[in-house]
Design a protein around this ligand. Structure first.
Ligand code: ATP
Length: 453
């Protein structure tokens, strides 16, 4: 993990939040390459979930909602609380489910330690409830009447808009509503870099179904969702399902299966697939007075729609992709770098999510003709692909810099380019080079990168 964290900062993927003030616990900022990678993950999710499914539509609900939403959803009661224990010596707090008979086992930690992981203290308080909702005040007066909450999950914005969406888009069950957005949880024990943060981003899809055939739908979403991670190049052996036992289920869930990734510290959830039954719509109906009954147009049967949810974390997918694609090649990938003391880093990111698609590199920076041509190529490609222009240091070094950030293609403009109006294309994975005419470059790259628009 230290290697991933250090690469993330060095190459502009992720920075600690408010770093000049000593950081701010468990909050992170996505840098110039991080935001590209993150946007690409979200774009791929949107294509897979919304664009490719005629019965799934999108939504972007506000983060702040009426506090009544959270009363109805059960988040303000014990439903959304973790059990917490406190170290009597340093007063650090930990989730009680990370303790086993007084031993701290933590997320991905071993069971041997019988002490606080921060100060070594051996005594803990009894477990008590701790609500994870982040409170805020809306309006100029900070009193009970102005209390609101930052949403703890994006899906509640979908449930309260169920009717608006269904009616405006003339949808019949089964149909889904998808949303990407920020969620906030006052996690007791954040950590493992961007795996557990207090502010994070979710990609959630709520599929409204009849209670009769939901088992089949649940299983088909389970398969589709793991296939999505595979389609982004994550290795099969690093992914698995984990079915929740009855006593682990969240307050709303009838069934839950996690998709887990094998992180450097162990298996961790990256997505949850939940059968939420009619919990959400029934409760919102009870609290708001709105009738959420649905009459099936064919059977005329009346029921409250059940919900199958796929809830993925953008940040956890990001981390899984970084871990999965990170490779170190001792002695370097090419003969010229064999003497290199340090191992070469290489991010084998899928082309669809690589932050930079192509790097434009003039072979030398002091030949005006070559530089001019390289600038022309860069200007021509910019509207179509996220490109980087780099003229600093030797060509070998520039290739390695691009390998380190996962750029699939490097384009080198050399002396021959001036005569033949072509350039060298270097493939990140095979390191093979071929020459392509500048006039064919856009269609060549389109095909090679398999661009979706
Ligand atoms: P955990 O058991 O790890 O706390 P959860 O079961 O509470 O996770 P869900 O409520 O199912 O998580 O949320 C759906 C997804 O949102 C998770 O699979 C994860 O990818 C993401 N997520 C949840 N909490 C966090 C967090 N604190 N930081 C980053 N991502 C998160």
């Amino acid at each position: 993990m230290q290697k991933i964290i250090s690469l993330s900062k060095r190459r502009g993927f992720i920075f600690p939040s408010s770093e000049i003030y000593g950081g701010f616990a468990s909050c992170y900022d996505y840098g110039p390459l991080g935001v590209e990678l993150k946007n690409n993950i979200k774009k791929q999710w949107w294509i897979f979930m919304v664009q490719e499914n005629e019965n799934i539509v999108g939504l972007d609900a506000s983060i702040l909602m009426s506090p009544k939403v959270w009363q109805a959803s059960g988040h303000l009661t014990a439903g959304f609380a973790d059990l917490l224990v406190e170290c009597k010596k340093c007063h650090s707090r930990f989730r009680a489910d990370y303790m086993e008979e007084g031993k701290f086992i933590g997320e991905g930690k071993t069971k041997e330690k019988n002490q606080c992981p921060l100060c070594g203290g051996k005594e803990f308080t009894k477990a008590r409830q701790f609500n994870l909702m982040m409170k805020t005040f809306v309006g100029p007066v900070e009193d009970d009447a102005s209390v609101s909450y930052l949403r703890a999950e994006t899906c509640q914005g979908i449930y309260v808009n169920y009717k608006n969406v269904k009616d405006s888009m003339r949808l019949n069950i089964p149909f889904g509503i998808a949303q990407i957005g920020k969620a906030f949880r006052n996690e007791i024990t954040p950590g493992n870099f961007i795996f557990r943060m207090r502010e994070f981003e979710q990609m959630e899809m709520q599929f409204f179904v009849s209670p009769n055939n939901k088992e089949k739908i649940f299983n088909s979403w389970k398969e589709k969702r793991i296939n999505w991670y595979l389609s982004l190049g994550i290795k099969k052996e690093n992914l698995r399902f984990r079915e929740h036992k009855k006593n682990e289920l969240a307050h709303y869930a009838k069934r839950a299966v996690d998709i887990e990734y094998k992180f450097p510290w162990g298996w961790g959830e990256i997505e949850g697939i939940h059968d939420r039954g009619d919990w959400d719509l029934s409760n919102h109906s009870k609290y708001s007075g709105e009738d959420f009954n649905y009459i099936d147009p064919f059977s005329k049967k009346k029921f409250i729609p059940n919900i199958i949810e796929t809830s993925a974390g953008v940040d956890r997918a990001f981390l899984a992709l970084l871990c999965d694609s990170y490779q170190e090649i001792k002695g370097g990938r090419t003969k010229t770098t064999k003497s290199a003391k340090e191992a070469e880093i290489f991010l084998k990111l899928d082309k669809k999510i690589a932050p930079i698609k192509a790097a434009v590199l003039p072979l030398v920076k002091n030949n005006l003709e070559i530089v001019k041509k390289a600038r022309e190529v860069y200007q021509a490609l910019k509207p179509y692909f996220m490109c980087q222009y780099d003229k600093i240091s030797s060509i070998g070094r520039r290739y390695r810099r691009q390998d380190e950030i996962g750029t699939p293609i490097c384009l080198t403009i050399d002396f021959e380019s001036l005569m033949h109006n072509d350039l060298t294309i270097r493939d990140r994975d095979t390191m093979k080079q071929e020459r392509v005419k500048v006039k064919n470059l856009i269609s060549y790259l389109r095909e090679k990168l398999n661009e979706q628009s």
